[in-house]
Design a protein around this ligand. Sequence first.
Ligand code: F6R
Length: 591
Amino acid sequence: MCGIVGYIGKENALKAVVEGLEKLEYRGYDSAGVAYKKGEDILICKEKGRVSDLKLCILDTDSSLAIGHTRWATHGEPNKRNAHPHCSMNGRFVIVHNGIIENYQKLKFEYLSEYSFISETDTEIIVNLIEHFSISLTTEEAIRKTMSLLEGSYACLILDQNDLEHIYCMKDKSPLLIGRGKSAVCFASDITGLIGYAEEYMPLEDKTFGVISKEGIYLQDIIGIAIENKFQKIAVQKEEIDKQTYDHFMLKEIYEQPMMVRNLIHHYFSKEEVNVSSKLIHHIRQSDKINFVACGSSMYASYFAKYYMEKLCGIPCEVFCASELVYSTPLISKRPFFIFFSQSGETADLIAVIKKIKKQRFPILTITNTIESSMVRLSDYYLNIYAGKEIAVASTKAYTAMIVTSAILARAVSKTKTNLKSNLKAVSLAMEKVLENKEVCKGIAKEIIDQKDAFYIGRGIDYWTSLEASLKLKEIAYIHTEAFSSGELKHGPIALITKNTPVLAIITQEGTNRITRSNLEETASRGAKTYVIASKGLSTPKDDVIIPNVAHYLSPLVSVLVVQLIAYYAAVLKHNDVDKPKNLAKSVTVE
Ligand code: F6R
């Protein structure tokens, strides 16, 4: 979702900001813009479309100070007028903003009746409020006064035409990091945008206000109390955000999964013992119910976590969709434990739930790929899924890494010893075998790309994989796909089957093999074009994709690679933007 970048320093600020925006492209956006110092003026360049479109209008321009933005439309359609940066009516202030201001109509009515507006955005209200208050206040005071009125979320960088030596920032709920390098101070919405220009970073706390110049960083809370600068080293390597020889980041990330499993073994096992904090294990053991909270693919991964925890540890579990949980209060047990799954650690729906849970003082663990994230800061415990940076919008390696991490956690909490470590090693080898077989997946993709609908079916574990399979195909191949528990077909969905509708069955569990095949047959009798993805031990010669046998409870880690590849090739064959699918964002920072 929207990305912010800012730079002040000795190198060409405009080049640094455009490079930063390119690194944030993966977050998803529909327009982009920059504002920069040129002589004694601030110039703005913005376009609907890609960051590369900006390069034409700012070619060869040098500047010591610049801010930039990629916009994912919330208020107003994606066009040049609504793209950021936005300028105040009298031209004094320029702003880029991530987030949503919920009370912007009220503020406009109360304070800005004399003002005229160019865009439909809530952002233009913020910049005009600052200008309005600056008539009687200093810039710092005007920004802090504006902060005190805003409801919603924001991370903003602000330039003042009367003072071109500083960048001002303010932040509440939307993420904003400040980076420090040898010759620069920079800003970005996530750490990727800082790489190459900063060696250290500091995530800003909510309600932080800051004034940054070449000479220094001055941060305050909303009432003006100085905040100590606490920088830490940036651990993400430049190679991690490079596509290398792959055509797309998604393909690279699919191929990184066998290594990711080995990395997790390395990080969490010493010999046969699991290294997870004993305090965390004790805390989970004390609980009478584990509540998993997540969104999208991460929520589908948490179904497996529930399965592992219940089977191995005997603790009842429930999975909640974060965007639903924010607005409903389920029955809470006496000693609940909350586990959040999030690749980005910045998903707004999840942050809203964490804050709600935190108020009730229930223990919180976040399982994430981003330990420098807001969710980690709000949690009592965190576990790293060590998937490495995931750039493609469609999650692949983070999804499987979450499943592996939850199996490891359940093993740590359980008092029973299992041979998880050797089973996981077998999974990484089985994953490699699936990747060698990618042409079969491409063949299936070719056959389904022109269909209006496609369905994935399975039962139990295989049903949860079907949910993820269907999400992948929707989001990057834009094919209408649903996942059904195969037993549910005849209770309604089978009415959708027409001639050649693709129905793909996932079969990795002995107990449900026979019945899923019968259900698939029922769709074939009604004209469906059926496909079977099955584990070797359960397969028949007619099956379309045969995957190596692994421990039955880890089989989704292998079968999911097949459906990831089918979705990937379907998107490639349709000439879609695989890594940046339309309307989607990597980090969903608005509710
Ligand atoms: C799908 C996908 C999304 C995310 C969801 C949650 O491929 O990536 O469904 O899983 O937006 O995001 P995180 O895990 O960052 O909280």
